[in-house]
Ligand binder design. Structure first.
Ligand SMILES: *Cc1c(COP(=O)(O)O)cnc(C)c1O
Length: 225
């Protein structure tokens, strides 16, 4: 399938899920996950109307930012993979969003390294909602404390929460738990607007639970090699 067709099919799935959940059609943003696919695939998706792209690996993402420098003001680049503190500088300088902040030291570095002439860097805290020891992200009980610390860092803008639920029978409960955490932070006074939840396989369930941003890779770009 051409990327323009799979992109449209994905938008149709999102729209149908919004209707099914009784939410407005523009309540959910689509982040196109282009990891492992070449810059030409990003450009094809851009030409078909996509504007926000997610990358997992810093070096690969930076190479695509560079290759598509002619689109720089028009594309939003999101880092959605784990970030080591010693790799934070180019991310602070080149990306628009980081979805995977899970510790204060990383947040502090990103804030210090964000160039003053750029808008604040958009941040989601990553939550290890399945509490699997092998997964990155904060445990749910630690989210509120880090949110308070990140919220006051001058060059960051805390936008919300991100998670990668474990697929299977427990996924729905994890989606719900993310929604509750998100609502709890908002009730505490954080002006959050982003619940980054749902991928190719579970975007409908995530939208049902209240996701505002789905991260979709294979359904748009095809299977990764
Ligand atoms: C790869 C990836 C996605 C996209 O997954 P698909 O199943 O291809 O849609 C979304 N989020 C994260 C964090 C990923 O690593």
């Amino acid at each position: 399938m051409a990327i323009s067709d799979s992109l449209q099919a994905t938008k149709n799935r999102i729209a149908a899920a919004c209707v099914a959940a009784g939410r407005s059609a523009d309540a959910v943003e689509l982040l196109c996950v282009s990891k492992t696919f070449p810059a030409a695939a990003v450009r094809a998706a851009f030409d078909a109307g996509a504007r926000a792209f997610g990358e997992n690996y810093v070096q690969e993402g930076l190479a695509k930012v560079d290759a598509l420098i002619d689109l720089r003001g028009q594309i939003e680049w999101h880092l959605i993979g784990p970030l080591q503190s010693n790799k934070s500088r180019p991310v602070a300088e080149q990306f628009d969003w980081v979805h995977t902040v899970d510790r204060l030291k990383l947040a502090q570095r990103l804030s210090e390294q964000r160039p003053p002439e750029l808008p604040t860097l958009n941040i989601c805290l990553q939550v290890n909602i399945s509490a699997e020891p092998s997964k990155s992200g904060l445990l749910p009980g630690d989210v509120a404390a880090l949110a308070r610390e990140v919220a006051v860092l001058p060059r960051l803008r805390l936008r919300g929460l991100m998670a990668i639920p474990e697929p299977g029978p427990g996924a729905a409960a994890q989606h719900q738990a993310m929604r509750r955490l998100f609502d709890a932070l908002r009730a505490e006074g954080h002006a959050l607007d982003t619940l980054s939840l749902g991928m190719s396989a579970d975007l409908e369930a995530a939208i049902q639970a209240g996701s505002t941003m789905v991260r979709v890779g294979s359904a748009i770009f095809g299977r990764r090699g």
